[in-house]
Design a protein around this ligand. Structure first.
Ligand code: ATP
Length: 419
């Protein structure tokens, strides 16, 4: 019997802008009797009553062709096709809808990307990571509205268990360990006993995963609300060491993550990366950045972390604000935020004042003002401006008048008669 209530629930759970394209593709698949399914995390979240953000549809048939026909009838929707994968994405303002041809996957060697061929829904579910992600909601035909659950995903959902579909799962693709660790805190799930055993046995296969794939998984981890809990779990599982031998995470790092979370309303994953490299040597930080194939900005932040750590001692003493600015201004901002979250107490306060106030403080006078006062163009002008800025930071000058007097003295100009 058809149970359209889950389909209605899905449509209601989506942002308003995503409903017309989903309706359109659903109508057309029904009209053409095409077997269309909702799959993956969206089914899991729908059953859990959690908000659905990504809609992944699978078609037993030519998904790009269906997506193109649907997009042709929707004025504000773009259709991007990836022919090699048999997938298409419908994009509009504020939504994306992925439609994929059901496929089977085989792994030639651990960590390699899979070989893909068109397959049935069952094949498509079989290639997935955990049973709770291997369910489908049928959208068309006699079974419209019912859940297809060949691996017991619903029972695991109720028991809050993460269970892989077969014993070789982590050898095929060890990034599933990182994915599982993310679901733990997010959904309140734990690994089923055998799955945990297989993780412990196969964690070393993370070595076979390429840098770009690890970077992608790690940055997704760092975008979760409490990444420190996931990283502590990965440490316990031996996964961090398997990614790179110098990579580790402990309670102290977790506290620094929490501090960063309090300081920045939206913590940057780059600042988190800098924190992860905090205790490393220069060489280790560089090697970690290379292993994770970090982008330029991330690499700079990570490589600067051990250098910033060396500043903790000086910044913990009595340092003038101008000296703090001189020390910190060469550093990438994410690394300085890491210092503000992780250094010794006084060093942290200095870094925070630098980030929140001092780095944007400017003297009242600029180059034009100095020229108008009679200064000659040249490098001396820059020196005087820097001197003025330092004096302002250290409260040696407070008003524009103070600055003008100091500038005249430094430039050897006669003082204003009106004074
Ligand atoms: P999230 O909520 O974190 O986005 P998701 O479950 O939607 O999680 P995606 O990364 O968008 O995850 O992947 C969509 C689906 O594809 C997953 O639910 C899972 O079934 C499958 N999947 C993704 N990556 C893998 C993988 N490495 N191995 C097996 N299946 C995977």
């Amino acid at each position: 019997m058809a149970r359209p209530n889950l389909i209605d629930k899905l449509k209601k759970a989506l942002p308003a802008s995503a409903q017309p394209p989903l309706d359109a593709i659903h109508r057309r698949a029904r009209a053409e009797s095409l077997p269309l399914y909702l799959v993956g995390g969206a089914v899991r979240d729908l059953l859990l009553g959690r908000p659905t953000l990504d809609v992944d549809l699978t078609l037993e048939g030519d998904a790009p062709a269906l997506a193109r026909r649907v997009a042709a009838g929707l004025p504000h929707v773009r259709c991007v096709v990836h022919s090699a994968f048999g997938t298409a994405t419908l994009k509009g303002s504020g939504f994306r809808l992925d439609v994929a041809t059901a496929r089977a996957e085989t792994y030639d060697r651990p960590g390699a990307l899979p070989s893909v061929s068109p397959g049935s829904l069952h094949d498509d579910l079989l290639r997935r990571d955990f049973t709770v992600n291997a369910m489908a909601l049928s959208l068309t035909g006699d079974r419209a509205g019912s859940i297809i659950d060949p691996f017991g995903g619903k029972a695991d959902l109720d028991a809050k268990l993460l269970r892989v579909l077969h014993e070789a799962s982590f050898r095929d693709d060890a990034t599933r360990i990182l994915r599982g660790a993310r679901y733990g805190p997010r959904l309140g799930f734990r690994f089923e006993a055998k799955t945990l055993h297989w993780i412990e046995r196969d964690v070393g296969f993370l070595e076979s995963i390429s840098g770009p794939r690890l970077r992608e998984e790690l940055t997704r981890t760092l975008r979760e609300p409490e990444p420190q809990r996931i990283l502590l779990r990965l440490q316990e599982l031996g996964a961090l060491r398997a990614i790179h031998r110098a990579l580790s995470f402990d309670g102290r790092r977790a506290e620094a993550f929490e501090t960063l979370n309090r300081l920045l309303r939206e913590p940057s994953s780059t600042a988190y990366l800098a924190l992860m490299a905090w205790d490393l040597s220069l060489q280790e930080a560089a090697a970690l950045a290379a292993r994770l194939a970090l982008n330029r900005r991330q690499t700079e932040a990570v490589r600067a972390a051990p250098v910033a750590r060396e500043l903790e001692r000086e910044l913990s003493g009595r340092v003038k604000p101008s000296r703090t600015v001189e020390l910190l201004s060469p550093f990438p901002l994410p690394t300085t935020w890491a210092l503000a979250a992780s250094g010794q107490e006084r060093a942290r306060r200095q870094a925070l004042r630098y980030l929140r106030r001092w780095r944007s403080l400017k003297p009242a006078l600029d180059g034009h003002a100095l020229l108008a006062m009679g200064a000659k163009p040249g490098p001396r002008l820059g020196e005087v401006l820097r001197h003025l800025k330092a004096a302002k930071l250290d409260s040696e000058v407070r008003s524009r008048g103070d600055e003008e007097r100091m500038a005249r003295r430094l430039l050897g100009l006669s003082s204003d008669r009106r004074e």
